[in-house]
Design a protein. Structure first.
Length: 207
């Protein structure tokens, strides 16, 4: 019995080490793989899980929904649980609905516009050319991780780092983390990803 316990301990330790991130040995290849994947991708649809961590809360808050992205710059970000909210981005047009009611608060829309710009950069690959961030590259056995550190002091007050995790196999985005600090962060995990599926333009303008 002790031998089995020891064996499992060794296997678990090996797996943990294998999954740890280290500095990327070939960041140029990582960048090339992701840019080529995004250049060949006209649409993305996926399910997502959002996990919110906060020092003000005892437990992480979880929600889930669906995401649609279409070039150039169109996003539908729809939370389905625990309540329904919909963010529609159609290039310069932005709409936000909470339980079917459109929110037209000017201050809220300014924040949403910043989120819009950020999300479009993440899904289109424009962050590679962005002058707003310093990029650092990491890897483990399965994934690449790119850290985007804001250069702007005002942005850095709210976001310490954005972390993007891409599959080494095909360059698709698997996880997006937005950190305010080590304890306060939002983590988006994507699943059931479909690429280049036909999506009607009305998906980004109407409920």
């Amino acid at each position: 019995m002790k031998q089995i316990v020891v064996l499992f301990s060794i296997l678990f330790s090996f797996f943990s080490v294998a999954q740890e991130y280290k500095s990327c040995e070939n960041s140029a290849y990582c960048k090339k793989l992701i840019k080529e994947k995004q250049a060949s991708t006209s649409t993305i649809s996926a399910d997502f899980t959002e996990t919110s961590y906060s020092s003000m809360l005892k437990e992480a808050q979880k929600s889930s929904g669906e995401l649609w992205f279409k070039q150039p710059g169109r996003i539908r970000f729809e939370h389905l649980s625990p309540k329904k909210t919909v963010l529609l981005i159609n290039n310069q047009s932005i709409k936000y609905f909470d339980n079917g009611k459109e929110i037209k608060n000017v201050a809220a829309l300014k924040v949403i516009r910043k989120i819009q710009d950020l999300m479009v950069k993440m899904f289109s690959g424009a962050f590679f050319e962005s002058k707003e961030f310093t990029l650092s590259y990491y890897e483990n056995v399965s994934n690449y991780k790119i850290n985007l550190t804001p250069k702007n002091k005002r942005m850095a007050k709210y976001i310490s780092v954005i972390q993007l995790v891409f599959s080494k196999k095909d360059g698709t985005l698997k996880e997006l983390t937005i950190k305010e600090n080590e304890t306060d962060k939002l983590v988006y995990t994507f699943s059931n990803i479909q690429l280049n599926k036909a999506i009607l333009d009305t998906k980004f303008s109407t409920l």
